[in-house]
Ligand binder design. Structure first.
Ligand code: GAR
Length: 202
């Protein structure tokens, strides 16, 4: 069984969608550990409630990024994680971390990449005035929100939307596509070919 290491920074609703998909038999994987970069976040409560192993590697208690990432990697290795899942993890990972889990890190981003990368996608979408946004699941490479795309769903931006209303509409779709994308990985159906991720048929 594929072991997931899920890394979060906050509320953890994407984490919850993965927990629920496993419980519902839609995702054939095991969450080996949940890691956060901050203490006292909802994601840790969700992990505890689900009976999962969890740990906080507090970035603020680490002298530098290298120390922080070394601790994350120690936790992931101890839990024998096969696939790292970034689920609302709001920190950039260095090339050293990315190389340690090459082609084995997935992220979900709340826009249609390559449009609106970065930490404030919904704000940027609304400011720009686009009519369609959405979410993207991708493999993580050494850039920011730039890795090969696995799945995307478009979501309309409605008249009068603010960051909160748009985020809520996009999140509904995130909670559907992220577990599905992970299941494709579990089934060995994702083949990375340069920038392209081919989805092999069953
Ligand atoms: C989600 O919308 C996710 O796409 C986004 O943070 C939110 C986390 O929500 N991730 C990023 O912006 C990554 N750059 P959650 O804590 O409720 O899962």
């Amino acid at each position: 069984m594929i072991k997931l290491g899920v890394m979060c920074s906050g509320r953890g609703t994407d984490l919850q969608s993965i927990i629920d998909a496993i419980a519902d038999g839609k995702l054939d994987a095991q969450i080996a550990i949940v890691l956060t970069d901050k203490p006292n976040v909802m994601a840790l409560e969700r992990a505890e409630r689900a009976g999962l192993k969890f740990a906080c590697v507090d970035r603020k208690q680490c002298a530098d990024q290298m120390t922080f990432e070394a601790k994350l990697i120690t936790e992931l290795r101890a839990a024998e994680v096969d696939l790292v899942i970034l689920a609302g993890f709001m920190r950039i990972l260095s090339p050293t971390f990315v190389r340690a889990y090459k082609d084995r890190i997935m992220n979900i981003h709340p826009s249609l990449l390559p449009a609106f990368p970065g930490a404030h996608a919904h704000r940027d979408v609304i400011e720009y005035g686009v009519k369609v946004s959405g979410c993207t699941v991708h493999f993580v490479d050494e850039g920011t929100d730039s890795g090969p795309i696995i799945a995307q769903v478009a979501v309309p931006v409605l008249e009068g939307d603010d960051e909160e209303s748009l985020a809520a509409r996009v999140l509904e779709q995130e909670h559907i596509i992220y577990p599905k994308a992970i299941q494709l990985y579990v089934e060995g159906r994702l083949q990375i070919d340069g920038r392209h991720v081919r989805i092999l048929s069953e």
